[in-house]
Design a protein around this ligand. Structure first.
Ligand SMILES: Cc1ncc(COP(=O)(O)O)c(C=O)c1O
Length: 388
């Protein structure tokens, strides 16, 4: 029986998969069961920050696995404590909570906001239309796209939606019960839509004025993707709380929620927890990712991001069915005037892995170690499939 047939038979059908079984990866490339090579511009949807089979990362994982894979958060571990230290010392937030995924890191932020608000009796959280925050009940309620809610009954109460990049819309829903505003600095699943700097500054000012927490979901746009360790550093607007996951441990499940000291203090022991959160294996990997980012990979993101942007702009000029290019650094998208599913499928046939973001947007989120030659090759394939 083929692997894909076994999967179809035994794995719950929550994904529509491409007919592709991948068996190994090396740098920017992955290989299927027949040995066919694919240039990977998906990187596990912004997860494999250092590409595939990164020597320092795999060595750290295997070394840590042989030393200590897991302990409980009843005890301290060196990889967890040093990763927290690096994240704090290289950003503007003071305390770290570790979990295992993006939805969990958002869930932790929502709970922290509720706990913070309990002191003043406030519990309403505002999120943005077209946002995506994950699939747990809290995170999916925060997600401002109705189709993710349909069929699941009542969503969590006390969450309201405002229009992204529209300060008047935010002001219109803020009231005396509002405790936090949550948003992605660059909306990912919603179609690669960057926040305007002015909007983030206006929301920051509003939050300061009304003692409302500004919370950024950097699950997709953080961890170096915009050319800075944290997405908020690209914008120069510091939130009170930030959620991260995906690329933070290069593919080992790991989520992070960080907060300013005075906000973090709302959580007391027992208020929130995670069995696996920040375990030695995941955080050993996270240490390598952060070291590599700070040791030169961020410079690469800025350089290659600018190059990718330029190449996509050339494509935009060439094909009138490409409506717009959007994005920052190595988080880019092109919006077509039609669904992109066929283009993504054709790219795969031609040896290039791409992923959509919504119906009409092709997303480009390669590993942060991508080089000019990989971008050139991706553009060559893209140009070919656009001609069809
Ligand atoms: C911005 C954002 N937040 C949260 C999530 C959920 O992350 P996870 O799938 O790890 O739960 C995602 C996933 O795509 C995301 O893009």
């Amino acid at each position: 029986m083929k692997i894909s047939d076994i999967g179809e038979k035994y794995v719950m059908h929550t994904y529509n998969r491409f007919p592709l079984t991948l068996v190994r990866g090396e740098g920017m490339y992955v290989y299927d069961e027949d040995g066919k090579e694919y240039l990977d511009f998906v990187s596990g949807i912004a997860v494999n920050s250092l590409g595939h089979n990164h020597k320092r990362l795999t060595a750290a994982i295997s070394e840590q696995a042989s030393r200590l894979i897991h302990i409980s958060n009843l005890y301290y571990s060196e990889p967890q404590c040093t990763l927290a230290q690096k994240l704090v010392e290289n950003g503007s937030l003071d305390k770290v909570f570790f979990c295992n995924s993006g939805a969990e890191s958002v869930e932790a932020a929502l709970k922290l906001a509720r706990k913070y608000g309990s002191r003043t009796g406030r519990q309403e959280i505002i999120t943005m239309v077209h946002s995506f925050h994950g699939r747990t009940f809290g995170a999916v309620t925060a997600t401002g796209q109705n189709h993710y809610h349909e069929g699941f009954g009542d969503m969590l109460p006390h969450i309201k939606y405002a229009e992204f990049n529209n300060i008047d819309s935010v002001k219109a829903v803020v009231n005396e019960n509002t405790v936090a505003i949550l948003m992605e600095p660059v909306q990912g699943e919603g179609g690669i839509i960057p926040a305007k700097k002015e909007f983030l500054q206006q929301v920051r000012a509003l939050c300061d004025e009304k003692d409302i927490l500004l919370m950024f979901d950097e699950v997709q746009c953080g961890v170096g993707r915009l050319g800075t360790l944290f997405a908020y550093q690209h914008y120069g607007v510091v939130p009170d709380v930030v959620s991260m996951a995906k690329g933070i441990a290069g593919g080992i499940p790991c989520g992070v929620m960080m907060a300013k000291k005075e906000v973090a203090e709302s959580f007391a022991p027992g208020d929130h927890a995670s069995t696996f959160g920040g375990n030695p294996l995941a955080t050993a990997a996270g240490n390598v990712v952060v070291d590599e980012l700070l040791g030169g990979v961020l410079d690469n993101v800025r350089e290659q991001g600018a190059y990718l942007e330029k190449c996509l702009d050339e494509l935009l000029k060439k094909y009138d069915f490409i409506k717009e290019r959007r994005g920052i650094g190595l988080m880019q998208g092109i919006e077509l005037d039609r669904p992109v599913a066929d283009y993504v499928a054709k790219a795969i046939e031609n040896g290039l892995l791409l992923v959509n973001a919504g119906k009409n947007v092709i997303r480009f989120v390669p590993s942060l170690i991508v080089e000019k030659k990989h971008i050139d090759k991706a553009m060559e394939i893209l140009d070919k499939i656009m001609e069809y």
